[in-house]
Design a protein around this ligand. Sequence first.
Ligand code: C2E
Ligand code: CA
Ligand code: CA
Length: 272
Amino acid sequence: MHRGVSRRQHSVEQRQIAVLQELRAALERKEFRLLFQPVFSRDLRLVALEALVRWEHPLRGLLPPSEFISICEESGLIVELGRRVLHEAAHHYAFLVPQGLGHVRLSVNVSAMQFAHGLLDDVRRVVEEFDLPFGALELELTESVIVDDPERAAQVMVALAELGVTIASAIADFGVGYSSLRYLKRLPIHRLKIDRSFVNDLESDESDRSICEAVIALARTLRLGVVAEGVESIFQRDWLRTSGAGELQGYLFAKPVSFAAATSAEPEPSAM
Ligand code: C2E
Ligand code: CA
Ligand code: CA
């Protein structure tokens, strides 16, 4: 029994080492791609595009982040990958403008490790290189970024805000502690993102409805925007809209797709 477990453990480790080597090679061979998932306002106008990374594996096809992000985080590769994602996302701003979409935010996910390793310099560089106006770039941060080192996080976030970067934070983590709520008030956070896990069961789960209502009320008090992600049903859309969520994202409207597809996305499912 014990031997079985440790053997399995061993093979998991072997597999991770193999994947890590593959990931290093993939970075060298430039096998990562971005998809963009549209975010819509209450009146269904395109307001943001969230960049979501994929690995175009030569044999296995397009792989989702669940196949590689945690290994990148554990190994530190996320710093280089994150830098590429940031650069690639920012590069697209110039393509929004001629389409009359200059107001649309490009939203980039940032890991805690990336935040702690040169994020500010990387952002400064892309803002300059692509001449990004205020509000064009948004970073999605998780609570771990702040909890690890609140003072330093605050400094970096203030500097990011001065560069015109807006910051969205997942409320999944934030709702919990009083201390987190205090950070929320003190830090330059512009938007709260309601995690998909709270949206999933809105129709059947009263406590999830209460959580969403609490987040929306909190955002209103602190004058922050609210984005609800993972909207899959008409019920969820209507409930969130009525409850005051300002922005909506989810498969009901659009999946993550190529930049070209995302910028011409139709917000409503076509009527039949
Ligand atoms: P996330 O930031 O919470 O992104 C939302 C995830 O939910 C995406 O999965 C998206 O495809 C999926 N999603 C969006 N709407 C719906 C919906 O209506 N229903 C369902 N079932 N799913 C929906 P994806 O692209 O597989 O990304 C997973 C996670 O990987 C992301 O979660 C994010 O934490 C991470 N990730 C993605 N790209 C990057 C990146 O460039 N850097 C970093 N550090 N993390 C990334
Ligand atoms: Ca995100
Ligand atoms: Ca999420």
